[in-house]
Design a protein around this ligand. Structure first.
Ligand SMILES: C[S@@+](CC[C@H](N)C(=O)[O-])C[C@H]1O[C@@H](n2cnc3c(N)ncnc32)[C@H](O)[C@@H]1O
Length: 463
C-alpha cells in the first residue's frame, strides 16, 4: 500500500467533459487539467480533437480503438477503464476526457470511479456541457415550468418505466435500443417496435415528437425531425445519426393546491403598493374568453342531476334585491363539499379563473364567492337585463358561466357581453365556458321556448 497516496487527496485521475460542440465547449477548469496531465485518454470523435490534445500533452490515446464491430460495448468500456487506471498507476495525474458531460450516459466514468479506490487512486470529475444542455437550448424549454424526465431508451424498455405525459421527456440512445454489441443492428427494428408499443400506453398515437441532434460543429445547424409517435420505430431505424427523442407533454398538470397557489400570488404582489381596485378593474372591463368543449356532455349531465336536489330561490340582482323588471330566473347554490362527486368541477373552473387572473388582472383574489356556484334556470319568459357582476359591495373580479343545455333545446336565452369588440353573443354550444371580467356589461335575452340552464361563478378580489 502506498502511504503517500492515501494521505494525498490530489487527484490521480481527472475525468473531464469536453462538451458537445467540437472543442468550443471546453471549460477553463478542464483546460487547466488538460495542460497539466501526463497522459490524456479520450473518447470524442470530433474533428481535430486528437491534434488539439497533441498540442497540449505529450502522450495522447484515442480510446475509440476499444470499440470493435460485433464486440460488446460493455467490453469496450471495461478496456477503457483499465487503460485509464493502468496509466494513472504508472504516472499520475492523467486525464480521461469524454464527449459531453462525463456523468451523463458514460459508463467508463462509473467503472473508473468504482475501481479507483481499490488501487488507492483519487478521482476528480469535472462537469462539461451535455447534450441535455444543448437540447433544452435548441428546444427553448425550461425544466422549471413542467419538470423534466429523461431515460435511456433500453432502460425504459426493460423496466417498462411509467412515463408522465404531462412532463417533457427525453429518451437517450434510441439508436441502440436493446443492442449490446457495437455497430450491430440486427434486432434494432423489433426492439424499437416494442418500445413504440410501450410509449403508446402513455401518449396518443398522433402525438408529435422529435428526433433531435444538437449541433456538434460551429458551422452545422441542429437537426430536428418531427413525426407522430406511431412512426417512432420506423423513423429511428432509418436515421443514420445518433440523436435523442424529445416527447413534449400532452397536457399541463392541474394545480391541486389552489389555495396555496393563490396565497403565493398574493405574496408576490407588492404589499407597499396601494391596491387601487377601481382603477385596475376599470382598465380590464370587457375582457372575455370562450372555451368550447370545456365540459363534455356527460359532465353537463352530471351537473344537471343536482338541480332537482337543491332548493330553488328567486334570482336577485347584485344589490341582493329582488327586481323582477331586471331579472327573472330562479337560482340554486351548489356549494363545494355538498356534492363530493362534483369536486372536480370546482378544481377545473378555479384553475381557469386563476389563469385568467394571472393573464389579465394579476390582482390578489380570494377565490370563489361563498365557495359555491350558482345554477341558473331561464324558462320561457326568463331573462336578466344588462348588468355587471362587480359592485362596490360585491368586489367580484372574474365571472364565469357555463352552457349546460344543448342549444337546440331552447330558443332565445343568449348570453351577450359588451366587449371592446362591441356586443358579442357567447357561443351556445353545450359545455362552453365563458370567462370575463366582472365589470363587463352582460345580459341574458328572454327565453321564448324551452329551458336554458347554466352554471355561474364569481371570483372575489382580496380587498
Ligand atoms: C453515450 S451518450 C453520451 C452523452 C454525453 N456524455 C452527454 O453528456 O451528452 C450518447 C447519446 O447522447 C445523446 N447525444 C449525444 N450527442 C447528441 C447531440 N448532439 N444531440 C442530441 N443528442 C445527443 C444521444 O442520445 C446519444 O445516443
Amino acid at each position: 500500500m502506498n502511504k503517500d497516496r492515501l494521505n494525498d487527496r490530489t487527484p490521480h485521475i481527472f475525468i473531464v467533459g469536453l462538451g458537445i460542440m467540437n472543442l468550443k465547449h471546453i471549460t477553463v477548469e478542464a483546460m487547466d487539467v488538460i495542460k497539466r496531465s501526463g497522459h490524456i485518454l479520450f473518447v470524442d470523435s470530433g474533428f481535430g480533437v486528437e491534434s488539439f490534445f497533441n498540442s497540449h500533452c505529450e502522450k495522447v490515446t484515442n480510446l475509440a480503438s476499444c470499440y470493435k464491430k460485433g464486440r460488446s460495448r460493455r467490453e469496450a468500456y471495461n478496456e477503457m477503464a483499465s487503460l485509464v487506471l493502468d496509466s494513472a498507476l504508472k504516472k499520475a495525474p492523467v486525464c480521461f476526457a469524454v464527449y459531453g458531460h462525463p456523468n451523463i450516459f458514460v459508463y467508463p466514468t462509473y467503472l473508473i470511479k468504482s475501481l479507483a479506490p481499490f488501487f488507492d487512486l483519487n478521482v476528480k470529475i469535472l462537469p462539461g456541457i451535455s447534450a441535455f444542455d444543448t437540447i433544452i437550448t435548441d428546444l427553448g424549454i425550461d425544466p422549471g415550468f413542467h419538470g423534466f424526465q429523461m431515460y435511456d431508451s433500453t432502460d425504459v424498455l426493460i423496466r417498462k418505466r411509467p412515463l408522465l405525459n404531462d412532463v417533457p421527456c427525453l429518451l437517450w440512445q434510441p439508436e441502440v435500443t436493446g443492442i449490446v454489441e457495437y455497430s450491430v443492428r440486427n434486432d434494432l427494428m423489433q426492439n424499437l417496435i416494442k418500445l413504440q408499443g410501450h410509449l403508446l400506453r402513455f401518449y396518443p398515437k398522433d402525438h408529435e415528437i422529435s428526433l433531435i441532434r444538437s449541433s456538434s460543429f460551429p458551422l452545422i445547424d441542429p437537426v430536428r425531425t418531427n413525426f407522430q409517435i406511431s412512426q417512432f420505430a420506423e423513423t429511428v431505424f432509418k436515421t443514420k445519426w445518433a440523436g435523442s427523442i424529445y416527447i413534449p407533454p400532452v397536457k399541463v398538470r392541474d394545480i391541486k393546491d389552489f389555495e396555496f397557489a393563490e396565497s403565493m400570488l398574493r405574496k408576490s404582489s407588492n404589499k407597499n403598493e396601494e391596491l387601487d381596485l377601481a382603477s385596475i378593474i376599470s382598465q380590464h372591463s370587457g375582457k372575455a374568453h370562450f372555451l368550447k368543449d370545456f365540459l363534455s356532455a356527460a359532465e353537463c349531465d352530471e351537473i344537471l342531476k343536482c338541480f332537482d336536489k337543491i332548493e330553488a330561490k328567486p334570482g336577485k340582482v347584485n344589490t341582493d334585491q329582488l327586481k323582477p323588471e331586471v331579472r327573472k330566473s330562479p337560482v340554486r347554490f351548489l356549494r363545494n363539499g355538498n356534492f363530493p362527486e362534483l369536486h372536480w368541477l370546482f378544481q377545473k373552473v378555479n384553475k381557469i379563473a386563476y389563469e385568467f387572473n394571472k393573464a389579465y388582472l394579476n390582482f390578489p383574489f380570494k377565490g370563489l364567492q361563498s365557495n359555491s356556484f350558482q345554477l341558473t334556470e331561464y324558462s320561457s319568459g326568463g331573462f336578466y337585463s344588462w348588468h355587471q357582476d362587480f359592485s362596490e359591495r360585491k368586489k367580484r373580479s372574474i365571472s364565469i358561466s357555463i352552457q349546460l343545455e344543448p342549444p337546440e333545446s331552447y330558443s332565445g336565452g343568449s348570453l351577450e357581453l359588451k366587449t371592446h369588440n362591441g356586443i358579442i353573443k357567447a357561443p351556445k354550444d353545450r359545455g362552453t365556458l365563458i370567462v370575463f371580467t366582472s365589470n363587463t356589461d352582460h345580459r341574458v335575452t328572454p327565453v321564448s321556448k324551452g329551458i336554458r340552464r347554466s352554471l355561474v361563478g364569481w371570483y372575489l378580489f382580496e380587498s
